[in-house]
Design a protein around this ligand. Structure first.
Ligand code: NAD
Length: 301
């Protein structure tokens, strides 16, 4: 981890004189996780077992989705997992996609299946039906309704990758999380809601904010932990952050100058926070590491 701070101990979170946040370096942590996975995969294969396999399905030509899938496939290669990739025209169709998923469900060399979202608009794809068609045991993204239900009930099941990565980053701060107040900005099924459930599971008090929240600044200002998952460049202003809070920025946005920025005004927030994730290099790389971890866990099951 890259450290930049005036703190002596991260455990007494709220009363410390903060001059500059410690950077939660997701890129470095993800690298460590991938290196460990690489060793564990090699150990399995040395016993004569086949390599773990992740199937990736990419439909259409969305440039961002192409970059995300390319990075996931590269990480697969790095750790020695097999990648079975299907790149499909946007007109491929719901029925054909369901048939492909059924084939992958039945294929013993496939341990994890990922359908890159969003599916192309205007082509009658039903994302919910597609996600529900994936064998819950091979659900590398943790989006199957069965697994989402398990998360709600606090049962063990594949956990969505971004929320899982956020919790792993939070653990790096070494804080006593119990009883702290977390504010999650964004209520999507893939980030906001599942991360709120994971925080609840760890005994935090959780507030979920969204586009209709009346006074976002006031809500964020009460947070010991802020998770921003909105998709609006620098929506969360640095001045809103309570001194000593931990800030986890999920957003990946281009600002008006074309620069990659998060949902949080980084420099101003870093001047008040105790820990903060950068964009890029924070939550993003952790999402990929958790995808491969989910695949490896499915392989071990
Ligand atoms: P989404 O569009 O599904 O949901 C956005 C949420 O933000 C909604 O719940 C909405 O109510 C809320 N919102 C919108 N405007 C708001 C406002 N003004 N104030 C408060 N809340 C507001 O988005 P998502 O899929 O959860 O993604 C959010 C961001 O995270 C995007 O930038 C996305 O690219 C990024 N993302 C990053 C990763 C990663 O690995 N780093 C993974 C998934 C998503």
């Amino acid at each position: 981890m890259l450290l930049q701070s005036s703190h002596s101990s991260p455990s007494a979170l709220m009363d410390l004189p903060v001059t500059s946040a410690r950077l939660l370096d997701g890129k470095a942590l993800a690298e460590q996780i991938l290196t460990t996975l690489q060793r564990e995969v090699a150990e399995k294969m040395a016993t004569g077992l086949p390599a773990p396999g992740l199937a990736t399905i990419l439909v259409g030509h969305d440039p961002a989705s192409h970059i995300y899938v390319r990075n996931k496939r590269r990480a697969c290669e790095k750790v020695g997992m097999t990648n079975i990739h299907h790149e499909l025209d946007k007109a491929y169709g719901q029925t054909a996609l369901l048939r492909l998923i059924a084939q992958l469900n039945a294929d013993p060399s496939v341990h994890g299946i990922l359908v890159q979202l969003p599916l192309p608009k205007g082509c009658d794809y039903d994302e919910n039906e597609i996600l529900a068609a994936i064998d819950p045991n091979k659900d590398a993204d943790g989006f199957h309704p069965f697994n989402q239900g398990a998360l709600m009930q606090g049962r063990k099941a594949p956990v969505p990758c971004t929320p899982k990565g956020i919790m792993r980053l939070l653990d790096e701060c070494g804080l006593q999380l119990k009883g702290l107040h977390a504010v999650v900005v964004g209520r999507s099924n893939i980030v906001g809601k599942p991360v709120a459930l994971l925080l609840l599971e760890r005994h935090l008090t959780v507030t979920i904010c969204h586009s209709r929240t009346r006074d976002l600044a006031a809500e964020v200002g009460r947070a010991d932990i802020v998770v921003a998952a909105v998709g609006v460049p620098e929506l969360v202003r640095g001045a809103w952050i309570k001194k000593g809070a931990v800030v986890l920025d999920v957003g990946i946005n281009r600002n008006t100058e074309g620069k990659l920025v998060g949902d949080v005004e980084f420099h101003a927030a870093a001047a008040r926070a105790s820990w903060i994730t950068p964009v890029p290099g924070g939550v993003g790389p952790m999402t990929i590491a958790m995808l491969l971890q989910n695949t490896f866990e499915a392989y071990n099951r």
